[in-house]
Design a protein around this ligand. Structure first.
Ligand code: ADP
Length: 265
């Protein structure tokens, strides 16, 4: 088993992010309050430029907030997280297995412990047979599977995903979405998942956070009432799904229009 430890609880309070440059100050996030339960799958939607990636980068510790606090707790162990982006970010000169093991190597995990963890992570994403392939020998979907294995192998408390399947074709996207939900169910990690797609948020998440146009604030949080495990194709064809998608679009529409109007100024 790759991951025995469950996900972290996260509490974000009064979060603010200002970017200061020669052109002036951009407030990317303003007064964001959000509690995320351990093991929750939380999706965030909002127009381009509303601060989604900024929020994820701050959660990952790659950027620092201007104000406010983030508390992340996992039972009895230090919070670690892993990110998955739209591009897999695999090293082209390393095999799939070496790419997956890389995060363990940099943490000084000995090979005797790392190798079984890599094998388990590859099994989790169905890539055992491709362990010795190089990234250029893989399809886009397989590269993203490798990126997911690389994220899970470190046993993170949080998985931070920034539109991880946006560059895939529609069929591969559906397959990977279903795989991710299965893996999440198996491992109980806390997932924060950014997407442009309301549909994707409703298929995958427990809750959907809708953000305002810049400066990014939380406009509404919607509980997604569909029980797990979900048959994603069947769910996306249901009347209830269609109704909820429309409700969320009505909330988001003004923000998308506002963001577009500001870009055209
Ligand atoms: P999203 O992910 O929702 O598209 P971002 O978090 O990338 O939004 O960006 C939010 C806002 O902050 C945008 O207006 C963007 O131009 C600005 N921004 C992001 N990163 C920087 C930076 N490093 N310097 C200045 N402004 C930035």
């Amino acid at each position: 088993m790759v991951a025995q430890r469950r996900g972290a609880a996260i509490e974000i309070s009064g979060l603010r992010k200002d970017y200061v440059s020669g052109q002036g100050t951009v407030t990317a996030l303003d007064n964001v309050d959000l509690k995320i339960a351990p093991g929750e799958f939380l999706c965030i939607v909002g127009p381009s430029g509303c601060g989604k990636s900024t929020l994820l980068r701050i959660l990952a510790g790659l950027d620092k907030q201007t104000g406010g606090t983030i508390r992340a707790d996992a039972e009895g162990w230090a919070v670690q997280n892993a990110m998955v982006f739209q591009e897999s970010g695999l090293f082209p000169w390393m095999s799939v297995a070496d790419n997956v093991r890389f995060g363990l190597d940099t943490r000084g995990v000995p090979r005797s412990e790392a190798d079984p963890r890599v094998e388990a992570a590859l099994r989790l994403v169905g890539l055992t047979r491709f362990r010795n392939h190089y990234p250029h020998q893989l399809s886009g979907g397989m590269r993203q599977r490798s990126a997911i294995a690389r994220a899970f192998v470190t046993d993170p408390a949080m998985l931070l995903m920034d539109e991880p399947f946006a560059a895939l074709d529609a069929q591969n996207r559906v397959i990977l979405q279903a795989e991710l939900v299965r893996i999440w169910g198996q491992t109980g990690k806390t997932v924060v998942y950014i997407t442009h797609s309301i549909e994707e948020a409703l298929l995958l998440g427990d809750r959907t956070v809708i953000m305002t146009a810049q400066p990014g604030r939380i406009k509404r949080i919607v509980d997604v009432p569909f029980p797990h495990p979900r048959d994603l194709i069947q769910l996306s064809a249901s009347a209830e799904f269609g109704r909820l998608k429309l409700d969320i679009w009505r909330v988001l529409e003004d923000e998308v229009n506002r963001a577009r109007a500001e870009m055209e100024l």
